[in-house]
Design a protein around this ligand. Sequence first.
Ligand code: G3P
Ligand code: CA
Length: 269
Amino acid sequence: AAEDTAVRASHDPVVIGHRGLPSEAPENTLASIDRASKKGVRWVENDVQRTKDGALIVMHDTTLERTTDAKQRYPRRAPWKVSDFTLAEIEKLDAGSWFDRRFTGERVPTLDRYLRRVDHNRQKLLLEMKAPELYPGIERQIVDGLRRAGWLDQRHVQGGLVVQSFNATSLKTLHHLRPDLKEGFLGAPKATELRSYAAFVDQINPSYEKVTPTWVRAVHALKGPHGRRLEISAWTVDDGDRAVALARLGVDGIISNSAHDIADALDED
Ligand code: G3P
Ligand code: CA
């Protein structure tokens, strides 16, 4: 049946390092993207949030305790929300030793430092606005941060940056501020709802379990705000056979904790 027919994409999907290379270095740190770079990973994904005093930092959880030593350093500050700490307080934290003693002293990066390192490494960035509902106005701040780091030029905007979020309202806000930026919606809207997303996003990025041949065709049938067909990047895929199956279904990107291994699996297929 047509439903079962694999559609081979004309080229392998792009492989994106989820939070850098967290199989080998602490997630969302400069060490993590450097490690990814050494392994040939050209695209990295991160998560951006805001401190109490308004600085943009790179971190996944909305609390500090899993990926830093916040609990030890600030024992009376539970539940250690990112938004309850100043940048100076966060910059004192160790964001490496929880992962491995070899990374002791690794810091939580500001978005600015992170963007500059991605550039230095000649990598490209899938930037996630994480829980933007907690940080009113963060879309404008992200635009300002991108501008300051030199990321609003043609080179970055057209080929080196996608901003994604689970929050469609936030993506719409960003699209109105900067219609030239490429955006991705995290989720798997039903076929009947896809058209409304195509007004402001260029990518639909689902959990891999949601990807079916029919859904891929429905997404690929639509054009985004920049006149190109919508793309699909699936997450989080750490199994080579699964990545190959997704490539055969025609997905455009694969987000992985072990991106170099997934790239190898795709090469071998
Ligand atoms: O890039 C997709 C993925 O990062 C979304 O989930 O929780 O890892 O941010 P999460
Ligand atoms: Ca993420």
